[in-house]
Design a binder for this molecule. Structure first.
Ligand SMILES: [Zn+2]
Length: 713
């Protein structure tokens, strides 16, 4: 695809993949509103103090969304889109006439840039703008750009201009590594359309692509479709846990946190009851993907999907998952025993451990063992304090400061969106982060990072600065009470800022590989690394201050929080290993040996350990099969790399400037423009093995001896 969309864009990738993050907990009732007594740095104040109403700016010029002049009204999308298409035509013509060389890659990237700049922006606006007219105009822009991209992907002349470059070995050797990689990436995207095949096969590839797109959206819809059953089929005493319409009960999820075991069991069995249409849809999706992969020259879909990733191929992924499973198994068994013990205590009449039990009982154990009620922590994590913490960290580590800037009229889509300029001490402005942090009606309930404009070196030698949006769903502040974050929200903020910094510090020549547009199993490394910082007392101590008294968060509270996260963490990870393995098998060798349900049963028994429940088909609710096809393991692998980077480079001193600079130089700066394993090697200054990956993940589960002693005093 000429448009990087769908390739590396991070879109809604992070949040859903993060396991075990349900339930954010409300604010404690005990917090009384009082004036903010602590003094904040400018960036802290920008987020803790409500703007006193925008200056009434009657005569100021209206700038348009993100400062794009056309976008001061919904109609502007049409103009922006027409401008982009006109530019596309010119660039296609230029590509055709230019002899093969580095210039070819530059033209392709500019082509991609002009389309992405409209499409990426529209992709965000269509889901986040509060005004329907804007959302609709953006939706329309996405559609029409999508059509153009499709056409370009099957434009033989365009393909040939790139093909000539790639076929010329001497010429390719003369290119710098980033240019070579980007040329190959463009080609990789071309080939999925079957453009290199004969006419008949090409038609089949195009048809398969269309079919896969349709099946994907049908399957995705089916994954959260509620199940309806007749009321009398459920025991009356649990009715009040569910929603009714007439004589029917609607089950819209697993109710995994419900204290009543029968509620969880009923929800599990009903919500996961196999739906024949959905089953057929999944089977067709998997076999179509397999056919397409084979048509364009790969032995399985997984082999194609893993090109260019850290893992490189399905064999490595399976080795990683199997070794991880082996190392985890003893700990998982212990976790299950502990969970079973709790079930026996609370539910003596039926203490057999079932798949609907672990989330609830591990929560109970966590709460019983560690006093980590979110309301105890919230007052220390005002949004302003957390932003100040990020500012301090980036400053010490990278010489970077965050400045809150007043957006121009019409530049933001909602009044509470803040604009941050990211500025380096000697290099100056690096880019902009728009912070869309607060809850609002119709806003997607998901924390994520959007690339609005990618960075790239322009022909005139200037650098096109990256622009991103961070979207969170935080509660609003009130007149006297700043927004207070639970520890989970604080960690999410750090996570998402990790993505933003990846975007800001990427200095790739091409926007096609800007910041987070990198292989999926590398994309979460910078964000997960930030979670390690967010959980380190030395870092937290820099910013976590009570919003009223200014008191610091006590060290033992931070330790307790960290230790609580290790409760049943092996069982949680084991579950992720099971999901990732299932995803590999489904996208592996076809035809599948058995039905998808039989494979689920077998894989669950081997890689998880809790019994399969007859007449259920969890895979039909596995929405990530669509977006992550064959790459669900990515989160685990990214976590392994982040863990190694943390331990080798930052654990000793989380503010080590030399390590920070190396991190920027070796990892962040390259976006997706360098082979990911080379970036990992550059950072760790050694080549890690799969065993190293596994050990890093498993050692994170070890309890901290010091905290253990402190707690038993
Ligand atoms: Zn993420």
């Amino acid at each position: 695809m000429l448009c990087s969309r769908g390739l590396g864009g991070l879109r809604a990738r992070a949040a859903p993949l993060r396991p075990g993050r349900a339930g954010l907990g409300g604010l404690g009732a005990g917090i009384r509103a009082r004036g903010v007594s602590t003094s904040w740095s400018p960036v802290g104040a920008a987020f803790n103090v409500k703007p006193q109403g925008r200056r009434l700016d009657l005569f100021g010029e209206r700038r348009g969304l993100f400062g794009v002049p056309e976008l001061s009204s919904p109609e502007g999308f049409r103009i922006a889109q027409e401008n982009a298409l006109r530019k596309t035509d010119l660039l296609v013509e230029r590509a055709r006439c230019t002899p093969p060389g580095p210039q070819t890659v530059l033209i392709f990237d500019e082509l991609s840039d002009s389309l992405c700049r409209v499409a990426d922006l529209a992709d965000f606006v269509k889901i986040a703008h509060p005004e329907p007219a804007f959302r609709e105009a953006a939706e329309e822009a996405c559609r029409s750009i999508g059509t153009v991209v499709e056409k370009l992907n099957t434009n033989v002349e365009l393909y040939q201009s790139l093909q000539k470059l790639l076929a010329d070995e001497k010429l390719m050797d003369s290119l710098d590594p980033e240019t070579r990689r980007v040329a190959e990436l463009f080609m990789f995207d071309f080939e999925i359309s079957g453009i290199h095949l004969d006419k008949e096969k090409r038609k089949r590839a195009v048809d398969l692509n269309v079919k896969i797109l349709d099946l994907s959206s049908t399957f995705l819809m089916g994954t959260n479709f509620p199940t309806k059953i007749e009321k009398h089929l459920l025991p009356a005493h649990i009715h009040h846990n569910f929603v009714f319409t007439g004589d029917h009960v609607i089950i819209d999820g697993l109710h995994a946190e419900a204290p009543d075991a029968l509620v969880r069991e009923a929800a599990y069995k009903i919500f996961l009851y196999p739906n024949a249409d959905q089953l057929k849809c999944l089977e067709e999706l998997l076999s179509s993907r397999d056919l397409l992969a084979k048509l364009v020259g790969y032995s399985t879909y997984s082999h194609r999907a893993l090109q260019g990733t850290i893992a490189k191929n399905p064999e490595t992924v399976m080795e990683f998952l199997e070794k991880l499973s082996d190392k985890l198994s003893e700990r998982t068994i212990k976790d299950f025993e502990m969970i079973r013990g709790m079930k026996m205590k609370l539910n003596p009449q039926n203490s057999e451990l079932m798949p609907w039990d672990p989330p609830y009982y591990s929560g109970v154990i966590r709460a019983e063992r560690y006093n980590i009620e979110p309301s105890l922590y919230c007052p220390f994590f005002s949004l302003g304090a957390c932003m100040e913490g990020l500012n301090i960290l980036f400053n010490k580590l990278l010489g970077i400061s965050l400045y809150a800037e007043q957006p121009a009229k019409g530049e933001v889509w909602c009044e509470d969106v803040r604009k941050l300029a990211v500025v380096h001490e000697s290099e100056g402005l690096l880019g902009y982060v728009y912070c869309d942090f607060f809850q609002r009606a119709d806003k997607p309930h998901q924390d994520c990072h959007f690339t609005i404009r990618g960075g790239r070196l322009k022909e005139d030698g200037d650098y096109q600065l990256p622009v991103v949006v961070l979207m969170l769903n935080l509660p609003h502040s009130s007149r006297n009470l700043p927004t207070l974050l639970t520890p989970g929200m604080m960690e999410n903020l750090f996570h998402e800022m990790g993505h933003a910094m990846h975007s800001m510090l990427g200095r790739t020549r091409y926007q096609h590989v800007t910041g987070t547009r990198c292989p999926t199993d590398f994309a979460e490394v910078p964000s997960i690394l930030m979670e390690y910082f967010a959980n380190d007392y030395r870092v937290v101590n820099q910013f976590a201050r009570h919003y009223q008294t200014g008191q610091s968060l006590p060290k033992n509270m931070v330790s307790r929080l960290c230790e609580s996260k290790k409760v049943c963490a092996a069982a949680d990870m084991q579950l992720q290993v099971f999901y990732a393995t299932l995803d590999q098998i489904y996208h592996g060798k076809h035809p599948l040996r058995k039905s998808t349900t039989d494979i689920l049963k077998e894989t669950q028994e081997k890689f998880y350990g809790l019994p399969y429940v007859p007449n259920t088909a969890w895979q039909l609710r596995f929405s990530h099969l669509v977006g992550y096809g064959a790459k669900y393991y990515s989160y685990l692998m990214s976590r392994a790399v982040a863990s190694m980077v943390w331990k080798e480079c930052f654990l000793q001193d989380p503010f080590n400037r030399a390590a920070g600079e190396r991190y920027r130089r070796e990892m962040l700066a390259h976006g997706g423009g360098k082979e990911p394993m080379l970036m990992v090697q550059g950072m760790l200054q050694k080549c890690p093995s799969i065993d190293d990956f596994v050990s890093a993940l498993v050692s994170d589960l070890d309890l901290d001896f010091e905290t253990f002693l402190m707690d038993s005093e």
